[in-house]
Design a protein around this ligand. Sequence first.
Ligand code: VG1
Ligand code: CO
Length: 543
Amino acid sequence: MPVRELLTQAYADQKPGTAGLRKKVTVFLQPHYLENFLQAIFDVETSLKASTLVIGGDGRYHNRVAIQTAIAMAAGNGIARVVVGQGGILSTPAASNLIRVHNAAGGLLFTASHNPAGPDGDFGIKFNIAGGGQAPEALTGRIYDASKAISRYRIYEGANVDLDRRGSQQLGDTLIEVVDSVDDYAQLQQSLFDFDLIRDWFKRGGRICFDAMHAVTGPYAQRILIEQLGAPAGSIINATPLEDFGGGHPDPNLIYAKHLLDLAMSADSPDLIAASDGDGDRNMILGRGLFISPGDSLAMLAAHLTKLPGYKSGLKGLARSMPTCRAVDVVAKALKVECFETPTGWKFFCNLLDADRLTLCGEESFGTSSSHTREKDGLWAVLAWLNVLATTGLSVQQIASAHWLRHGRHYYVRHDYDELPVATANTVVDSLRKALPSLIGSTHDDWTISQADEFSYTDPVDGSVATGQGLRIVFGDAARIILRLSGTGTEGATLRLYLERYETAADKLGWPTSEALTPLARIAGHLVRLNELTGREGPSVVT
Ligand code: VG1
Ligand code: CO
């Protein structure tokens, strides 16, 4: 019998973070490291056995090897059926959709999102559950506990599935189906947007530049934008997925995709400029002459969404993660729909989506999506913007200006302090936490602190509580300063400082963002003392 039970020793560091288990490739290459974590999932999530498991990844270095291991272990653990993307490729939103399409009990997604790839880069696993959403905290906690106690794992020895050949293959009692990576995803998008109208928009001369950043969205964008919507061939750049993402950092923001900002500011700017990240769940949106911040993009899409075919029946509710600017709250109020504030990480939206209380949600970290799937969806956001442009006949600039005039503008920036010693990062957080109560009521420039606390969240659907989700200093509606520790880094600790300022007067809507936020950055300097306590001169990355 090729199914073998092999002895192993547990690792103590397999605690999933904001978006699954993310480590250096070198960590994953340790003996049985991957096997242990997978076995912990199979041991905890016993519903997988009689059901279907979806497997795919973002194509980064080690993807194929890890997928072969995962398939062999699925067969070793008696999973009835495995659906895997051809070549081992599935973008994160496409995998979430496949789980739904196949009524699977879960999915294994091999990705470290936008983190650099290659032998010295990062690797990761996300476990998604039935319905397509990310495993909730309680479940990842149980998987972590199981990983610490593991002493053996089961594997189908000698398995070598042909990942490039579509169709069915049998591995012991397990049926392996290799499926096209794009088909179902493309069909889903077609059901949501007016493809005819967008095609006409291109025919009338509308222009897009989409940067796939040598990561997973290349084939998806090729199929949808070029083949189905008729965008000119040159509309996609860096379209070929590479194992090391071309040595780049497929994190679409103003730093790692600065060339897109330059393009937007050039005389020859297309109407829409966009990019997605390593695993296809993030999006960046720019128009001719301007960058749309993720919080603004969420708010603007919320304001226009019911004009799009898939959303004609109205909005159930809107949501943003706590550090995301409150622009969408203003739209929710105007539209009289409920607006939720959740902790950082997409998993917190999933219960609300399943309970039918949300239609659109997003995060400041370039994540936007809707009830059509249970992950953030980069190309979805691009198509939504294309459809809004085609439907309204307006430019990105016109949409933004009208939006700000009506709803006011939230200036926004995030400062990341990367690779800090863990103790230093904790000192910064602890000292601010201690100071918070004494800050309430104090005035800084023209702003008075109305609230200063540590965010905790009670899930409105199942009542579960998430504590320690970031420190916030709130100046009424006017401004916020937020500090939290990242849960996705693989080296030391990363602190994130988020600054938000709200203006409604017509003459205050056109400032450059950095200028608008200078006073708030100064106040944050006094209150949070990041530079002072870390010994740094400033943030490593400003987005
Ligand atoms: C970051 C972002 C968060 C996002 C997460 C996963 O987490 O801030 O908003 O959900 O990455 O994104 P953190 O804990 O480092 O701040 V991705 O594109 O990895 O799936
Ligand atoms: Co991602």
